[in-house]
Write a protein that binds this ligand. Structure first.
Ligand code: SF4
Length: 310
């Protein structure tokens, strides 16, 4: 257990250790698209991607960046008496523009509140040296900068099957570029992708563990309506992980990652009404409790199966 008495290093604990209080993420949709969805977000992209492109469910239909930030801050102050915030560019690929345009948008967004950290979510094939330089320049203003890189699986076959549009080489290049500049990296993965069993999932975990990322986000596969994956599921080609199975894989995965890697997420959120499958999955708080309880009862800890020489 860590010094907070937790069996894994949660994102909430990390933020509390660092800032002494809760810090709230404000997820925004900046209007960027993604190379895999084309300029107008109209191409199908990854087979599980719907028209929201991982947009935060609570954003609703709000469009302007300023309004998104204002509304989120007002809500967080009212509900949680929030005092500190993180700017989180979450939807689609937030490096998919020219460096000049990116700078305009980043500068503007960061001017909307005194954010403590800046998180940019993107794809490995959508980030280069110039963009990384731009991102690292914000560290000079005293804020922490994170890049969240989507990987989903370490199996080329799966990446092809889900139409990710990039391979492992591209991911490795992007990861190194970002790390070289001192930017923190969180890696996204999905459990329960088509054709993957427990062994495949743990291969992905071992692959990631070797890279010692600053953070990891584990998702259970969500299949929204209007996606290629939903059609494939209807045709009986895909089975889904139950919540208990996802919990057991999550526990095993946490044991295999470095103890210092921050666990930023272990389930997925999708807007109500958009999610086709899974039809039933326990609530997020209950799921976190289940994973914590299972680990504590069995005396298991994050990293207790991690080996540098995997
Ligand atoms: S990278 Fe993200 S936004 Fe782009 S197609 Fe895949 S899931 Fe959708």
């Amino acid at each position: 257990m860590n010094r907070r008495g937790e069996p894994f290093y949660s994102y909430g604990s990390y933020l509390k250790d660092k800032y002494g209080d809760k810090v709230y993420r404000i997820g925004v949709d900046t209007g960027f698209s993604c190379p895999n969805r084309g300029k107008n977000r109209l191409k199908p992209g990854c087979t599980y991607c719907d028209e929201m492109g991982s947009r935060a469910p609570y954003l609703g239909d709000e469009q302007t960046l300023k309004k998104q930030v204002e509304n989120a801050m007002a809500f967080l102050k009212r509900r949680y008496h929030a005092r500190m915030y993180i700017l989180y560019m979450q939807a689609f690929s937030n490096t998919f523009a020219s460096v000049k345009r990116l700078k305009e948008i980043y500068d503007y967004a960061l001017s909307l509140a005194p954010f403590k950290e800046f998180i940019v979510s993107t794809r490995p094939d959508c980030i280069d040296g110039e963009k990384v330089d731009l991102l690292s320049s914000y560290m000079k203003t005293g804020i922490d900068v994170w890049v969240e890189l989507g990987l989903q699986s370490s199996h080329e076959k799966t990446l092809k099957l889900i139409n990710r549009g990039h391979g492992l080489k591209s991911f490795e290049r992007a990861f190194s570029k970002v790390k070289e500049r001192g930017i923190k990296v969180a890696i996204h993965i999905i459990f329960g992708l088509p054709g993957e069993n427990r062994e495949d999932i743990m291969d992905t975990i071992k692959y990631i563990a070797k890279m010692k990322p600053d953070g990891i986000k584990i998702h259970n596969l969500h299949i929204p309506f209007d996606t290629v994956l939903y059609m494939e599921t209807k045709m009986g080609e895909i089975t889904q992980l139950s919540d208990l199975r996802h919990a057991s894989y999550t526990v095993e995965a946490l044991r295999r990652i470095p103890p210092q890697t921050i666990v930023m997420r272990i389930t997925t959120d999708t807007l109500k009404g958009k999610l086709a499958l899974p039809k039933s999955f326990m609530g997020k708080a209950d799921f976190y409790s289940l994973v914590r309880k299972t680990m504590m009862e069995k005396g298991l800890n994050q990293g207790d199966m991690y080996r540098e020489d995997f």
